[in-house]
Design a protein around this ligand. Structure first.
Ligand code: HMG
Ligand code: MG
Length: 285
């Protein structure tokens, strides 16, 4: 296969499923991840080692991570809020970690019950554990465009949090339009601000598709040099602490977008669409 020119990070098993109210069987989550791993996706965020009281759907994180079938060329990551989550995720076999904070104080409080600064200080032991284990840590910046509680967010606030996450050792920052209200113009302004503190190779785009503009935002980010984008199979998802947040950009639309531009993502589109149909049926049943 030709080298990937764009890397698609599949966040469906975590971001896509976390907001589902009806418990999804662990075996079904594993079946989904197995399908995703077989279509050419190189990075899959498999689960979240967060409080089961806060996000009940991720309560089986340990079983999911321990039962994943290792596959050459596929990295399974786990979202973690603190040292305890990182320890458990690494013990269960996570090959990468992701921490999460926000460019909005109100969202940080609602989502993690702490300020941005407190959240980042909780990540320092996570980074230390990851360094010892030799695994990379992605840092998410939620509300990079709008906050459900504070409205529009200044690009400078995004740049500041991006710089702080890089300073503690995150290897990649996922600039996240949590509630999917962003436009391509505002996305470009936000990314230009982030590029003042980070190389394009350190940045990824994570766009929810609430307003149907996520692909336009991807395109704006791609033009500014970003080459890593998140998708959730079937456009599943939302965040329980972000009222109004709909699903992520569907991975199959994201992959088709780059295929139409002749850009290699390494993904088998037919197999990916079949996985999307499967999860659609499962969630409707
Ligand atoms: P807290 O209540 O401030 O902290 O929660 P705590 O230390 O008092 O712990 C509360 C409970 O959680 C305790 O249990 C702890 O033992 C337990 P209880 O006494 O209630 O039975 N606990 C844990 N359990 C499992 N794993 C852990 C862990 N840590 C504590 N690692 C905390 C603070 C951060 C834990 C909580 O707020 C939390 O788990 N929040 C997670 C929220 C979340 O997962 N949101 C969705 C993911 S983020 C997202 O979707 C955005 C993103 O997609 C990007 C974007 O689109 O913007 C990434
Ligand atoms: Mg998200």
């Amino acid at each position: 296969m030709a080298d990937r020119e764009v890397v698609i990070v599949e966040v469906g098993p975590r971001d896509g499923l976390q907001n589902e109210k009806v418990p999804i069987a662990t075996a079904d989550k594993l079946a989904l991840i197995g399908k995703l791993a077989s279509v050419g996706l190189a990075r899959i965020e498999a689960t979240a080692f967060v409080s089961p009281r806060w996000v009940p759907q991720m309560a089986d994180h340990d079983a999911v991570m321990r039962c994943l079938f290792p596959r050459p060329g596929v990295t399974y990551s786990a979202l973690v809020p603190n040292e305890r989550g990182a320890e458990a995720a690494l013990a269960a076999g996570a090959q990468a970690l992701a921490v999460f904070t926000a460019a909005s104080e109100s969202f940080s409080q609602k989502n993690t019950n702490c300020s941005i600064a407190e959240g980042i200080s909780r990540f320092e032991p996570v980074l230390a554990l990851a360094r010892s284990a030799g695994v990379p840590v992605r840092g998410y910046v939620s509300c990079a465009l709008d906050c459900p509680y504070e409205g529009e967010i200044a690009p400078s606030a995004v740049a500041e949090v991006t710089a702080r996450l890089l300073a503690i050792g995150c290897s990649e920052i996922a600039l996240s339009d949590t509630i999917g209200r962003g436009t391509p113009d505002r996305t470009a302004q936000m990314i230009e601000a982030a590029l003042r503190v980070a190389a394009a190779t350190k940045l990824a785009g994570h766009f929810h598709d609430t307003s149907g503009r996520a692909l336009g935002n991807v395109e704006a980010a791609w033009r500014l040099g970003l080459r890593v984008f998140d998708g959730a199979i079937g456009g599943t998802g939302g965040c329980p602490y972000a009222p109004g947040a709909a699903g992520n950009l569907a991975t199959e639309r994201l992959a088709a977008h780059f295929a139409a531009k002749g850009i290699e993502t390494g993904i088998d589109l037919v197999a990916l669409r079949s996985a999307a149909a499967w999860i659609g049926t499962l969630l409707r049943s």
